[in-house]
Structure formats: structure tokens, C-alpha cells
Design a protein around this ligand. Structure first.
Ligand code: DGY
Length: 423
């Protein structure tokens, strides 16, 4: 069985391979997405580690001079996606978007090179590039030096329409947005996607930042949407820590020290987001100056950082308490806003499962991690390689033949053979 799954997953990665980058899925997402690519490399490493490194190299070839790594690289013309390059207006040699995404590259590169040390020399230039991205986050998205960085657009979190953003989105206007036609709803069921009201606000923010010439150092303070997401920050912390470890192995001491310091700064600030009542971390609305009282998977994903073991145990218990047939729901079932089929308001996403399971395993929660991995593989055997899944029924939703879902399956299958190492 697992051989058949493995072959099916590899086939999807190959079908979506465009030579030097991989599209998330044909039709719905026809370009290169930032965190999709880094997580895709984790799948590719199981059958072609050199190709996996190319995936990350291609992404970083489009890093902006300020250090930001865009969330989309528009390598080829394709009218099937909105908003395309002309809406972003970023004025880059190869068009890109102007916002970023969860910085999972440091983690992915370390994992890739751990198993393929012969690629170290080729990968060396990436250390400085990823470090520059991490430095950019702290400089531009944490101007007051709190230790935690903010996202300024929901798309940056990857959790586009999470219930977490509902309250801060009340501050984002939607009037004056240029008329547009959505493309995502031509590829996937509109009832499983963000609403028109949310889309208007997504585009309002893009137009606002475009009006500021994409000067990334100015965007944070001028955005009505500034949210500190625990999942996003934990990915940054973990990537800084992992890149520091990798830099030590590769004899890059200055980069090791810088990343180590950034990881420590983030980790020291993370407890401010903890909620004892919810048994997980919460988002902070930086403009309103208060925590967002909502239990989404963003606060469970915080387990990806080296949080204290007692907090990891609480997170494991909170996931168990969801009581869904499949885990991990992106919004706690039964809470206001939960919708089992609508994108990030309930459905299960395998990339989030992967990172939560990895963190829980490292924190000594092996049973909880194994349950998440087993649940993920059951979704694949029941419903195929979908973009996301209904946590109650297991129905596959959104795009099909999904790249990062396939990549995570290769990771889960390899762990069945050799359990993940303890911290
Ligand atoms: C989309 O278009 O749905 C993406 O999530 C934004 O990058």
C-alpha cells in the first residue's frame, strides 16, 4: 500500500514540475508560491535531492534587494489566476507579488542537507540569503523590537480566510477597489473559498501597498491590518534555529550567531500569546493591542517552535479535544465561524499537520504526533491528494493533485520507516 502511495505522490510532484520550480496545482495556482516550494522540496528530496535544492534556489533568485522573499513568482504568463502581475505592479525583472509568506525555507534547507550533505557547497549562498530574509522580518515587521513579527495581509499567513482575521478585517475598507474577476472560484467550489467581501479587502490592501510603491520598510505602520500570528512566528523561530544549526555545521559562524539570536528573541516573546483558557496560543491584533480570542490552527502550529514541553502537552490535548474524525481542524469545531468545508475556517491541511506533528514529536508528544500522521495518511487513502479536507467527513476539497499534499505524504511515509529523531 505504502509503495503505491509513494509512487502516486512522486507522480504528482513530477506532473506539477515546471523544470526549476513546481506549481501547487495546475489551473488554480499556475506559478511558484513561496512556502509551497520550500515544503515541496521536502518531498522531492526523497527521490531527487538536487532537484529539491533547485526549488529553493529558484525562489531565492527572486528575493528583493531589501531581503523580502515574495509569496508568488510569476514565471510565466497565465490568465487563469487573479490577482496577476499587473495588479501587484511590483516592477521586478521577473514579476512577483509584493507580500511574503511563512518563512519555512531555513527549516526545509536544513532538513534537505541533513540527508544530502554532498549538496552543502552548492547550497552555501542560500545561507546568507535566508539570513537576510530573517533579518528583514525583524527590521520591518517588528519595528519596536518586541521579538515577534506581524503579517500585514492575510495571504502572508497562508491561512487566507481564517476566523482569526475577521475582527482586524473590520478595519480594512473595501470601497474604491478596481473592478475585478475572481479566478479561484472558476477552478474550485465558491462555497469552499473565501467570500467576496474578504476578497475585496485582500485587494484593497494590495492596492494600498502598491500606492506606497512597495517600499517594504513603510508598509507595516501604514497597514490597517497588522497581526502577530503565533504559527507564522513559530515557523520563523524554527527556521532561524535550524539555519543556525546548519550554519555551525558549515562553518558559517556569523550567520549561526545571528540566527541563534533571532530565534532566542522570538522564543522569549512567544509566551505573551499563550492562552490558558484555550490551551493554545492566540493571534495578537497589533493595531487594537489585544489578543484575538479565537482557537485556530495558527495557535496549534506554535508547537513547531521549541516551546516548553508542558505547553506542547496542552496543545496535544486541545487537538484531541476537537474530537473530529480527522485531525487537525484549522478552526476548533463548535466555535463561532467554524465551517468544515471553507478553506481555512475548518478544513484540515496536511502541511500544518506535518509541522504540528514534527513539533509535538520533538517535545515528547510522540503519541499525539503519530495520531496526526496516521490521520493524514488515512485522508489520502480515502480521498486522494486534495488541497484540503473536511475534518468531519474526510471529503477532499479545493484543487486536486496537490503538490504540497503529495510532498507531505512522502515525508509521512518515510517517518513510518524511521521515526523522527528526538530533540
Ligand atoms: C490565493 O490566491 O488563494 C492565495 O492563497 C493567495 O496567495
Amino acid at each position: 500500500m505504502s509503495d503505491a502511495l509513494r509512487s502516486a505522490a512522486i507522480e504528482i510532484l513530477k506532473v506539477n514540475d515546471r523544470g526549476s520550480y513546481t506549481v501547487p496545482t495546475k489551473g488554480l495556482y499556475p506559478f511558484q508560491w513561496n512556502w509551497d516550494s520550500c515544503l515541496t522540496a521536502l518531498g522531492q528530496r526523497h527521490f531527487d535531492p538536487a532537484r529539491a535544492l533547485t526549488e529553493i534556489e529558484t525562489l531565492f533568485a527572486h528575493q528583493w534587494p531589501c531581503g523580502m522573499v515574495p509569496h508568488i513568482i510569476f514565471h510565466a504568463q497565465d490568465d487563469g489566476y487573479f490577482p496577476g502581475p499587473e495588479v501587484w505592479g511590483c516592477n521586478r525583472p521577473v514579476p512577483t507579488s509584493g507580500i511574503t509568506q511563512p518563512p519555512v525555507a531555513g527549516f526545509a534547507l536544513r532538513r534537505l542537507l541533513d540527508a544530502a550533505p554532498d549538496l552543502q557547497d552548492r547550497a552555501r549562498p542560500l545561507l546568507a540569503r535566508i539570513t537576510a530574509w530573517h533579518r528583514w522580518f525583524h527590521a520591518t515587521r517588528d519595528p519596536q523590537g518586541s521579538g515577534l513579527v506581524a503579517i500585514i495581509h492575510p495571504w502572508e499567513s497562508g491561512r487566507d480566510n481564517s476566523v482569526d482575521w475577521d475582527a482586524p478585517f473590520d478595519r480594512v475598507p473595501s470601497d474604491g477597489v478596481a473592478p475585478y474577476t475572481r479566478r479561484d472560484t472558476q477552478h474550485a467550489d465558491a462555497a469552499h473559498r473565501p467570500t467576496k467581501d474578504q476578497y475585496d479587502r485582500y485587494i484593497w490592501l494590495v492596492e494600498r501597498f502598491r500606492g506606497l510603491g512597495w517600499a517594504t520598510e513603510r508598509l507595516h505602520y501604514t497597514s490597517p491590518f497588522q497581526v502577530v500570528d503565533p504559527g507564522f512566528n513559530s515557523i520563523l523561530i524554527r527556521s532561524c534555529a535550524d539555519l543556525a544549526d546548519l550554519a555551525v555545521v558549515m562553518g558559517e559562524d556569523a550567520q549561526a550567531a545571528e540566527n541563534r539570536a533571532l530565534a532566542a528573541k522570538g522564543l522569549a516573546a512567544l509566551p505573551a500569546l499563550w492562552s490558558d483558557a484555550h490551551g493554545q496560543y492566540l493571534c495578537l491584533d497589533r493595531v487594537a493591542g489585544r489578543l484575538i480570542d479565537n482557537p485556530s490552527s495558527g495557535g496549534l502550529l506554535a508547537a513547531f517552535a521549541p516551546i516548553p514541553p508542558d505547553r506542547a502537552a496542552r496543545i496535544a490535548a486541545s487537538i484531541e479535544a476537537h474530537g473530529t474524525r480527522f485531525r487537525v481542524a484549522s478552526q476548533a469545531p463548535g466555535t463561532p465561524g467554524f465551517d468544515a468545508k471553507r478553506y481555512w475556517r475548518g478544513p484540515v491541511w496536511l502541511v500544518v499537520n506535518y509541522m504540528i506533528a514534527d513539533g509535538l514529536e520533538r517535545a515528547g508528544q510522540a503519541e499525539a504526533a503519530a495520531a496526526i500522521r496516521a490521520s493524514s495518511l488515512r485522508l489520502i487513502t480515502e480521498s486522494g491528494f486534495a488541497e484540503y479536507y473536511d475534518p468531519l467527513t474526510g471529503e477532499g476539497l479545493g484543487g486536486g493533485q496537490f503538490t504540497w499534499t503529495a510532498a507531505m505524504v512522502l515525508e509521512f511515509l518515510s517517518m513510518q520507516r524511521s521515526p523522527a529523531p528526538a530533540r
